[in-house]
Design a protein around this ligand. Sequence first.
Ligand SMILES: [Zn+2]
Ligand SMILES: [Zn+2]
Length: 217
Amino acid sequence: MSILKTVTVYQCDECQKVTTVKSNEEFKQFEAEWHSSINYDFCPPCQMKDTTQARIIEDNNNLAAIDGKFAEIENPLKKILPDSKCERCFDSGVWLTPRNKVEICPNLQLGLNHQSPNIASFLFSRAAHQLNEISVWVSPFCFELARILTQYSAENPCPHTALIDCFYADTNLTQDEKQRKLEGLFAELKEVWILPIGCRENEPKGYWIDVNQKEKT
Ligand SMILES: [Zn+2]
Ligand SMILES: [Zn+2]
């Protein structure tokens, strides 16, 4: 026997409408349109209803909690952003779900005590949301790098060595390979995310999201 085709059936927990997903393309479309998470599935119209909002937030929080458990084990971001208050978004106001969706930080959505995202975070969040809107897969590395840089500035650039450490400390890459990979991430932030990246070339070399550069253009 061989499996010719797999069909997954999803049912809306609000109106009981059913949809079938038969291919990757269909799954992508399903993911973009439906709320489908740990406890609940909601079809596009039901997602917008007042009656489903509490359950959607509950789902997002459960997902965040699972993600948070992983983060507790060892989150290298804690080292590079020691002053950030929110462990979910590192004060940037957004996070990337395991389903590659850019979403407002659940703690902000819940109205919990939260730092106001700064201007760099606003630029970052807008760029990330735009990528989601045009259905570009958001590279989690680029997302993290940009998010780190939102918390740094021209006066206090993020040290180059700290970034290499944060992303590649536990890899077997050579120093040159690490350097090339990091440069690749920066290129993507500039060319795909269109983010203004500030860089101090003289030692100690460092980076930040250059809010002023954006205003000039
Ligand atoms: Zn429905
Ligand atoms: Zn947050």
